[in-house]
Design a binder for this molecule. Structure first.
Ligand code: ATP
Length: 256
């Protein structure tokens, strides 16, 4: 069997499979032979000090950055290194950036409706009236993101945390199989942070989720397997208690 066929075989039962992925910027290795496997239906937390390569990893998965080396497969067989960002998004990989980008002058309801419209065919959007099925889906999403009672509010009037939830709702409208979420609780209150953990746990019942986050209280609340990145590679992996007790992790976090 040739090398590419071999990796393909190993990727078979995973939703996301990265093996030996390296990315260099002017000779500096932002990712260094990174290997990571996410199972279907899994939620994973990614932690690591500044500059560990977390954002670069997300950029490689979404096609924004092409790896110099390594394999990146989605759903076992789709080689993401050969696809552009738009094609990867349409496969069902949704990304939420750190800063919320909701439509401030629209209501909460319309923001979700517009996100649903984004996945309709252009012709359908032009003559569109929200169908009963779509209304039910919008209501379901509003319940998930804790904004049912704010559905008529302008997005501009939401708190920072609620805007983050709304943007998660807009991603859900696109029915992704895999959600990549970058530092969702930065700037949130403690109560919003805990609610975000509960919300993501609910979402993870039907979708795979990869969350990058620095907030350890939040990561503990997620209660999922944790991957620690350092200098572009996996330093440690396991429960939060396991990685927190790992001497190599302690050195990286405390030795700086
Ligand atoms: N486009 C680029 N050009 C040059 N260097 C880059 C580029 N993007 C990232 N880097 C470098 O690669 C390294 C990894 O960056 P990355 O943003 O992936 O880390 P991170 O783990 O997301 O960090 P943070 O927690 O601070 O967001 C850093 O040293 C960064 O300066």
């Amino acid at each position: 069997m040739s090398a590419p066929e071999k990796s393909h075989e190993k990727a078979k039962n995973s939703l996301l499979y990265l093996d030996g992925v390296s990315v260099s910027f002017d000779g500096f290795k932002a990712l260094n032979a990174l290997s990571l496997v996410i199972e279907p239906g899994e939620m994973r937390a990614i932690i690591g000090p500044n500059g560990a390569g977390k954002t670069t990893m997300m950029d490689v998965i979404t096609g924004k950055t092409k790896p110099d080396e390594g394999d990146v497969y989605f759903a076992g067989t789709t080689d993401l290194t050969r696809m552009d960002e738009a094609s990867i998004a349409s496969l069902g990989i949704g990304r939420k950036f750190q800063k919320p980008t909701v439509f401030e002058s629209h209501t909460v309801w319309n923001n979700i409706d517009l996100a649903l419209a984004g996945v309709r065919k252009p012709f359908a959007t032009l003559f569109h009236r929200t169908s009963a099925k779509e209304i039910a889906r919008i209501e379901e999403i509003l319940a998930t993101i804790r904004l049912t009672d704010k559905k008529d509010w302008l997005a501009a009037n939401l708190s920072h945390g609620q805007k983050q939830w709304l943007e998660i709702g807009m991603l859900l409208a696109q029915e992704p199989q895999l959600l990549l979420v970058d530092e969702p609780v930065a700037g949130m209150t403690d109560a919003e942070t805990m609610e975000t953990a509960a919300l993501l746990r609910e979402i993870a019942k039907t979708k795979s989720v990869v969350v990058v986050e620095h907030d350890m209280h939040f990561v503990r609340e997620l209660d999922v397997k944790v991957t620690v990145l350092h200098q572009g590679s996996v330093l440690s992996e396991g429960t939060l208690d396991h990685v927190s007790a790992d001497p190599t992790v302690i050195e990286v976090y405390l030795g700086r």
